[in-house]
Design a protein around this ligand. Structure first.
Ligand code: F6R
Length: 592
């Protein structure tokens, strides 16, 4: 969502805050602002990207301050709605991520009491509440005010009467403290801190942090001290930067052999069976993670022979469940997606055993579930999920094997699965080595207004994911369909301007897929066929051929997905789109 940063120390704060904001822009970038402490608090904010703020802001002097980059939820992206906000007297400055759900009522009451609002945001209510409850100690005021708030928040604030102090408080929205020497930091994400320190403390829900030049103190909402040491960040700033690639997304696509390897390493030994009775599995997630779950359903059903159901998190949490599967898997690369977190809470409430699959150590979801499986993709900056998705697939293969262990999974099948998993990184590398071919096809088809992605069986969700990647970064309208469904409606939309991307790997649906390809090319659509290396048939029926290594069918989503990622990437680049930061999207959706 939005990005937050706070600094206090001995150096001029403005360039530090602006630099950190730039590292957070992938979280939101429709407006930004900074507040600097001094004899008075100076605020500069505006609509637009951080570079625009940097160019426009006067040079404030001050060694403490807070800053924010926004992705609008309440109120349009305007200068007035940009953070930080100030109270009526210009003494408190505050920035917020999340949503204050009861802000309407709070705002009415505050206005009745004479407060003047300058924005349409939910956040501004909080700064006025701090103003009313401030009695000489900012963290005390924060503790009082958060008890009045419903919703989710990461809040950072400062008061002119307490120089050098930044106060932070969180509920269901990430905040990380950065420990420096003679200076300290707070930020919504690690990349904002990496220029300055590798020592971090993840704040947890309900905690209040006081950050000064001398140190950081953590307490719970009642003021009881919390004792938690720092962790060292093992990835470098370079990891969080593009490393020579034109875009983070491309870098992250090319990192996939390493990401897969890291996710699988140490996990390919014999599994201990689950010690609980399991008669079915429910998988819950959003977006790309939802597509990984759909692949996971096929994998679990075929390897563990357990019925599996998949639900979009925002539907699950409000759904009437007729029959509950007590074994529930929640997938979220960020571990912070609001709907998935709420679904995890709901699953626990319903008495399920919950397993989280996430890429972020210590993220909120890990505290909601009974067990966490980490993917080891490393930090992903591009808004479009790529390496985190592929590693989710790897985690789901491992989970399916574990679910089958001691039940349906025969030792020889387990051995073959392990071998297959072990060789996935090299198969992905072979797809990457063919990127120029994919680039050519992407250029040929990138003028399209519409695109259809078709697949069958466990490559049907792969088609959905291919379409999602294409639409979110290239802005080509794209839809994924089970190949057998086209004749039930979508064929009406096919034309020479609407290419079809057909996944035709060799499995038991291959022949059917070839007839579906015939159906679409008869309607004049150019067809891109994704087929196995040895396949001589598919090329006869398609306009463009993209080949993937011959892998056992169950693993075919892995190489095919990489082809589709590259196809989307090169199409978007050809169209000049802002690939790492597509319009209207944010990396982590921490509001409902
Ligand atoms: C698309 C994409 C999103 C996320 C979705 C869930 O490329 O990245 O659809 O997959 O917002 O995010 P996580 O996995 O962090 O819960």
């Amino acid at each position: 969502m939005c990005g937050i940063v706070g600094y206090t120390g001995y150096r001029q704060a403005q360039p530090i805050l602006v630099g950190a904001l730039k590292r957070l822009e992938y979280r939101g970038y429709d407006s930004a602002g900074i507040a600097l402490g001094g004899e008075k608090i100076s605020v500069y904010k505006d609509k637009g990207e951080v570079a625009h703020i940097e160019a426009g802001a006067p040079r404030f002097t001050g060694v403490w301050g807070i800053a924010h980059t926004r992705w609008a939820t309440h109120g349009k992206p305007t200068k007035n709605n940009a953070h930080p906000f100030m109270d009526c007297n210009g003494k408190v400055a505050l920035a917020h991520n999340g949503i204050i759900e009861n802000y309407g009522r709070l705002k009415d009451d505050l206005m009745r009491r004479g407060h003047v609002f300058t924005s349409e945001t939910d956040t501004e209510t909080v700064v006025h509440l701090i103003e009313e409850n401030y009695k000489g100690n900012l963290e005390e005021a924060a503790r009082t005010v958060v008890k009045m708030l419903e919703g989710s928040y990461a809040l950072v604030m400062m008061h002119v009467s307490e120089p050098g102090k930044v106060v932070a408080v969180r509920k269901e929205s990430p905040l990380i403290l950065g420990i420096g020497d003679g200076e300290n930091f707070v930020a919504s994400d690690v990349p904002a801190l990496l220029d300055h320190t590798d020592r971090v403390i993840s704040m947890q829900d309900g905690e209040v942090a006081v950050i000064t030049q001398d140190g950081v103190t953590l307490t719970d909402v009642e003021g009881k001290p919390v004792d938690r040491g720092f962790q060292r960040i093992t990835f470098t700033l370079d990891d969080a930067e593009r490393g020579g690639y034109e875009h983070f997304m491309l870098k992250e696509i090319f990192e996939q052999p390493r990401a897969l390897h890291d996710t699988l390493v140490g996990k390919l030994g014999e599994d201990a069976p689950y010690g609980i009775p399991i008669d079915g599995v429910r998988l819950i997630a959003c977006g790309t993670s939802y597509h990984a779950s759909l692949v996971g359903k096929y994998v679990i059903e075929s390897i563990a022979k357990l019925p599996a159901q998949v639900e979009v998190a925002s539907e699950y949490r409000y759904g009437a469940v007729s029959r509950e599967h007590p074994f529930t898997v929640l997938i979220s690369q960020s571990g912070e997606t609001a709907d998935t977190l709420a679904a995890a809470k709901e699953a626990t409430r319903r008495g399920c055993y919950t397993v989280g699959i996430t890429n972020i150590l210590g993220s909120s979801i890990t505290r909601e579930v009974d067990e966490t499986i980490y993917t080891r993709a490393g930090i992903e900056i591009g808004v479009a999920a790529t390496k985190t998705y592929l590693t989710q697939l790897a985690a789901l293969y491992l989970l399916a094997m574990r679910l089958g262990t001691g039940r349906t999974l025969r030792p020889d099948t387990a051995r073959q699965m392990r071998e297959g998993l072990r060789s996935l990184p090299q198969h992905v590398q072979r797809v990457l080595n063919n990127s120029e071919e994919i680039e050519k096809v992407a250029k040929e088809t990138s003028k399209a207004r519409d695109m259809f992605f078709i697949g069958r069986n466990l490559n049907y969700p792969v088609a959905l994911e291919g379409a999602l990647k294409m639409k979110e970064i290239s802005y080509i309208h794209a839809e994924g369909y089970p190949a057998g469904e086209l004749k039930h409606g979508p064929l009406a939309l096919l034309s020479p301007e609407a290419p079809v991307i057909a996944i035709a790997v060799k499995d038991h649906t291959y022949e059917k897929m070839l007839s579906n390809i015939g159906e679409v090319s008869a309607r004049g659509s150019p067809v891109v066929g994704i087929c196995s290396e040895g396949d001589r048939e598919t090329p006869k029926y398609v306009d463009y051929v993209l080949r993937v290594p011959d892998v056992p069918t169950i693993f075919s989503p892995v190489p095919v997905s990489v082809v589709l990622q590259l196809l989307a990437y090169y199409a978007a680049r050809e169209r000049g789109c802002p690939i790492d930061k597509p319009r209207n999207l944010a990396k982590s959706v921490t509001v409902e």
